[in-house]
Design a protein around this ligand. Structure first.
Ligand code: PAF
Length: 250
């Protein structure tokens, strides 16, 4: 049975009883899919206990309509977490997690300014700030992040190093649907036609001779392209189909 904590003081009180045990942490914004489940599974293999958080973090949405439409499936999420045998679910209220009203923020000045950061101003400040809060709250032994959000992962690794955060940051490989589309909570917002087309994105990203060739091909196929760039030894991209933004890297 998963124990659910909505109150931060209640979690903090309880956390002290886990002294001497290892805790794995999987932060999420809910709308859970198999990619999240693979992070939970890894955490359970490597730790005595696993805590999952569900918090749709408003400060990382630069577009209010994206925040409004972000999929929320709390009942299904809890059932999945229970079925995975996860010990703890932390789902704090916005007002409790941001009691400071976001007066205090973490910002990174270099890598957060490119790729998704260039297209979503303030996004990574919101991500880093909430992840720091959650890592401090959980004081986990290990925390698990998917490589689909590669820029996010690098920035979180960098923050953990910069601030001497004792939690080990564990990168986990991207899980893909049968047609190659990277699993994402946003996929469920695609229309059936766009869902079919979306499978071209990882294929073109992988098979094009150059970023420009990938951009041209994706535009030809009806995608709007935010960027396709090569950095950090990878080719990374962000595209839009209708109102849905997809990211991936190969
Ligand atoms: O990757 C996500 O789902 C979010 O950015 C995270 C890490 C849970 C922070 O809100």
């Amino acid at each position: 049975m998963t124990r659910v904590f909505q109150s931060i003081p209640e979690w903090m009180d309880f956390k002290s009883s886990l002294l001497g045990k290892t805790l794995g942490f999987v932060p999420t914004m809910g709308a859970l899919h198999d990619g999240h489940l693979s992070l939970m599974q890894r955490s359970q293999q490597e730790n005595d206990f696993t805590a999952v958080s569900i918090f749709v973090n408003p400060t990382q949405f630069n577009d209010p309509s994206d925040l409004t439409h972000y999929p929320r499936t709390p009942r299904e999420d809890l059932a999945l977490i229970e079925s995975m045998g996860v010990s703890f679910l932390i789902s704090p209220e916005i007002t409790d997690l941001y009691a400071d009203q976001y007066r205090y923020q973490v910002s990174e000045k270099v890598e957060s300014q490119v790729l998704c950061g260039a297209h979503r101003p303030g996004h990574f400040d919101g991500v880093l700030t909430v992840v720091l809060k959650l890592l401090n709250l959980t004081q986990a032994t290990r925390a698990y992040f998917g490589e689909k959000d590669f820029q996010q992962l690098r920035l979180i690794q960098g923050m953990a190093e910069a601030f001497f955060i004792p939690t080990q940051i564990i990168p986990c490989p991207t899980l893909r649907e049968a047609d190659g589309l990277a699993m994402s909570s946003r996929n469920r917002r695609l229309t059936p036609e766009h869902r079919q087309k979306a499978a071209l994105f990882p294929k073109v990203l992988k098979n094009s001779a150059s970023p420009q060739e990938a951009i041209d091909e994706l535009k030809n196929q009806g995608f709007e392209v935010d960027y396709i760039e090569e950095r950090f030894g990878r080719r990374l991209g962000a595209v839009r189909l209708g109102a849905v933004r997809l990211i991936d890297n190969v």
